[in-house]
Ligand binder design. Structure first.
Ligand code: SF4
Length: 451
């Protein structure tokens, strides 16, 4: 058994990482699906979209070949509607609530139709939005992820100059660095960021980390308001023996490397265990398999009923040949010569429900042993507790506490997205950015009234 890179040919990498949700082959195919829409009154699909995209409206616009109008309808509500059409778990959002499900018929492929319009807009960089006249106010946004970009776009449309401070060398946040490459390509992410900033009035400063290259007090002094969209970025450690052996990796780092270094450069084992069963775990497991791992096993301490990933995601992993061991919790990682060789897991069972009604896994006293040469940890992320603490921001275990108007405990500092909710979908972060922008506009207006 060995961890090694460059396992496959160029063609095999290209095939394994090609678009998992291909677009419509033809305009006619898109029109056939668009024309199935019932354009429901009080459409449930709109209510299930966190950004409230007017879905029947944009689908209607597609039926009349008004692709530009359709793209505007989508992007006006969700400036990252292009990326969301590729990464949203639509089975539990818009498509999951389409009335066709009640008729036991396939729902309208909303994401595919959304992609049909937005991809053209982004590819061809259509100038769909115009800025209002500049109002001589400036806002600092920390983080060029979905929340920060969405906030910046809304503010810039209102004539406010925005500077985004981003710790990475590219924008897009989770979309660019944290999602499987077969769902959304690095090139698309770059195009999407360029599309957003093409509005004007948004300047992204890269390699600028809060607390290292720039401080919150500097931003407060130089800008009229600050929006924090810093996400959650630290991988949760397992706190078990052997965690530091060679061959034990964080899923976030693994996915990040795949997207930044290229497929052949990424070492992968023959027998890989992935710990956890959220979207990141699935993305890590499927990509390990697609990089050429022979055997990938997902280890999860609860049952399928409690898993955080959707059934669609789980099936994707299974179709890729990944196995799942339910009710197993990592106890120890063993190695030889400093390299991982085994993962020992406690066999669990679900205990009685607690006050919240949730059944927690408890040890049965039995263990199982997996022979592995790589362990990928995807046991969730923890917020930047030290960072928020050092900036005297109110928080709960690192998650920023905000008021109804997205304001933090520091005047003029607002926040939204994963750094507040602990990590939800991209589309939730986009809405949080919109909410933050709305609150900042109100704040600037009230401050101006005092001048
Ligand atoms: Fe169309 Fe389905 Fe939405 Fe109704 S629920 S408007 S059929 S997409």
């Amino acid at each position: 058994m060995a961890i090694r890179n460059d396992r496959l040919s160029t063609d095999e990498y290209a095939e394994n990482f090609s678009d998992i949700h291909p677009p419509f082959d033809t305009r006619e195919a898109a029109l056939v699906e668009a024309n199935r829409c019932l354009f429901c009154y009080d459409a449930p699909c709109i209510k299930s979209c966190p950004t409230s995209i007017n879905i029947p409206k944009f689908i209607k616009q597609i039926t009349t070949d008004n692709v530009k109008g359709s793209a505007y309808t989508i992007l006006d509500a969700n400036i990252m509607g292009g990326g969301c059409s590729k990464v949203c778990p639509v089975e539990k959002l818009c498509e999951g609530s389409c009335v066709y499900n009640l008729l036991n018929e396939p729902p309208i492929p909303i994401a595919k139709l959304q992609r049909y319009s937005t991809e053209k807009a982004i590819e061809q960089q259509w100038p769909l939005f115009i800025r209002k006249p500049v109002v001589n106010k400036k806002v600092a946004v920390v983080g060029a992820g979905p929340a920060g970009l969405s906030c910046a776009h809304v503010l810039s449309r209102e004539g406010i100059d925005v500077t985004i401070f981003e710790k990475e060398s590219k924008g897009g946040g989770l979309m660019t660095y944290g999602i499987a490459a077969y769902k959304v390509t690095p090139q698309f992410c770059e195009d999407e960021v360029n599309f957003i900033t093409s509005l004007g009035g948004i300047n992204i400063k890269y390699d600028q980390q809060l607390g290292r290259n720039v401080t919150l007090s500097q931003l407060q002094a130089e800008y009229d308001a600050v929006f924090l969209g810093i996400g959650v970025g630290l991988a949760r450690q397992l706190e078990i023996p052997g965690e530091h052996l060679e061959g034990v990796e964080d899923a976030i780092e693994f996915i990040y490397d795949i997207r930044t270094k290229g497929y052949p450069a990424i070492p992968v084992g023959d027998r890989v265990a992935v710990i956890g069963l959220g979207m990141t775990a699935i993305d890590a497991a499927t990509q390990a398999k697609r990089l050429g791992a022979k055997d990938v096993t997902i280890v999860y301490r609860r049952t399928q009923a409690e898993m955080p990933s959707t059934e669609v995601e789980l099936n994707l992993a299974k179709l890729d040949g990944c196995g799942v061991i339910w009710l197993a919790s990592p106890k120890e990682i063993r190695g030889e010569n400093g390299k991982v060789t085994q993962l020992i897991c406690n066999v669990m069972e679900l205990g009685l429900p607690d006050n919240s009604g949730r059944r927690w896994p408890v040890e049965t006293g039995e263990t199982i042993t997996l022979d592995v040469d790589m362990v990928i940890k995807a046991a969730g992320q923890i917020p930047f507790e030290e960072l928020v603490n050092s900036n005297r921001l109110d928080h709960a275990k690192g998650k920023l506490l905000i008021n109804d108007d997205c304001s933090t405990n520091i005047k003029g500092v607002f926040a939204g997205g994963d750094c507040v909710n602990g990590g939800k979908e991209v589309v939730d972060a986009v809405q949080a950015g919109k909410d933050g922008a709305k609150a900042i506009l109100g704040f600037i207006k009230s401050e101006r009234a005092k001048e």
